[in-house]
Design a binder for this molecule. Sequence first.
Ligand code: IPE
Ligand code: IPE
Ligand code: MG
Length: 241
Amino acid sequence: MRQSSLLHSSNTMQRGLHVAIIMDGNGRWAAARGLPRTAGHRVGAEAVRRTIQGAIASGITTLTLYAFSTDNWKRPVAEVNELMRLFRLHLLKEARQCTKQGIRLTIIGRRDRLPSAVRMAMEAAEALTRRGDKLHLRIAIDYSAREAILQTIGKITAPLSREEFSALLNSDTPVSEVDLLIRTSGEQRLSDFLLWESAYAELYFTKVLWPDFGQQDLLVALNAYHARDRRFGSIQAAEAA
Ligand code: IPE
Ligand code: IPE
Ligand code: MG
């Protein structure tokens, strides 16, 4: 193995991998079956459960899931309402299971525009799972990376290094940079997700629609990740010698 990847793998071994997923394709999954888009969101929740189990089994230590973007408020109100209902339902339902498995759950994104019942379920789930030390599960709801960056810029009072800016950006719960960013459904764009934290993330796009995504798909993505050569701007050790 090349030195740069050796160095990197020993580094990520200690802290484990940060995997981020843009869970896309629920609407198309439903449309292909003649179902309303909301049916895709309901079945997509099952894929979330499978992915969390797969993440624990494969030693991922941070998993960030994009559930609702700030731009998703542009969708029909009935679809937004159903998504909010699902967030609340699953937060209430899964929090206890998370504590049993050592999962710490935190939510990233704006909270002030969410229905108060959703906000309360989030706060309860975060409080209940705060001691989890096996997997840090972050769900992005009403999230925009550009908004998060702008908010952080507003807090700056003196010149900052990149590391200090990273710490300020995720000051509530410190988090490592994204190692692997997966997007399902064949789209190849970031849609305002973790723009700062993914500066050197390996990008992995799959045509699988989110409701069909399973542990095997996660493993395939992880294998692709491990076959990549992450150089971080440097050159391969062999070339340097
Ligand atoms: C992702 O699936 C879920 C959310 C954005 C909430 P979509 O709802 O975007 O599904 P497509 O892209 O329309 O198929
Ligand atoms: C991004 O998906 C947001 C989530 C997956 C939650 P979208 O389906 O909203 O993104 P675009 O509109 O295709 O870029
Ligand atoms: Mg989509």
